[in-house]
Design a protein around this ligand. Structure first.
Ligand SMILES: [Zn+2]
Length: 153
């Protein structure tokens, strides 16, 4: 088949409009608060009011001491690359234009590890402990998703 119009409709990939990227769907008010706080361009984590341990993912009780008390603390947004993989297949059509992309775990200066994406990077230069900094990807009209990119050491 040389003419792409001879392909069945679902195989005419280029002719299809990609759906919007899915946004996080918070399961409870604390998770909703985490995402709301991202919308001002900063990242916040819960800090236990009793033992000082940071919490991520957002949760109601401290994993170390069980305390329900906490406050929100702004992250520096600086960290290092803890782990990564380069994704070559889009498991959702909204990400097809992004492949290959870097799915990463970043360890922030505060010690919190966070699953995220690494953008604006040369895939061949990735290494453990690569310095990275927070930035945001806009999803849809205005939703800000925290992602990271390499920065100067
Ligand atoms: Zn605690």
């Amino acid at each position: 088949m040389s003419d792409k119009n001879e392909l069945p409709p679902k195989m005419r990939f280029k002719a299809q409009k990609a759906p919007p990227k899915p946004k996080p769907r918070p399961q409870d008010p604390i998770e909703q608060e985490f995402w709301n706080r991202c919308q001002d361009g900063h990242l916040y984590f819960q800090r236990c009011s009793d033992c000082g341990t940071l919490r991520h993912l957002p949760r109601y009780m401290c994993a170390k001491c069980g305390s329900p008390e906490f406050s929100w603390e702004r992250s520096t947004g600086k960290g290092t690359l803890f782990s990564w993989t380069i994704t070559h297949q889009a498991l959702h059509p909204a990400f097809a234009a992004d492949i290959p992309f870097v799915a990463a775990v970043v360890e922030l200066e505060e010690g919190v590890r966070m699953a995220t994406r690494l953008i604006d990077c040369d895939h061949d230069s990735l290494r453990l402990d690569l310095p990275v900094e927070l930035t945001f990807e806009t999803i849809g009209d205005d939703f800000r998703l925290p992602v990271f990119r390499p920065c100067e050491e």
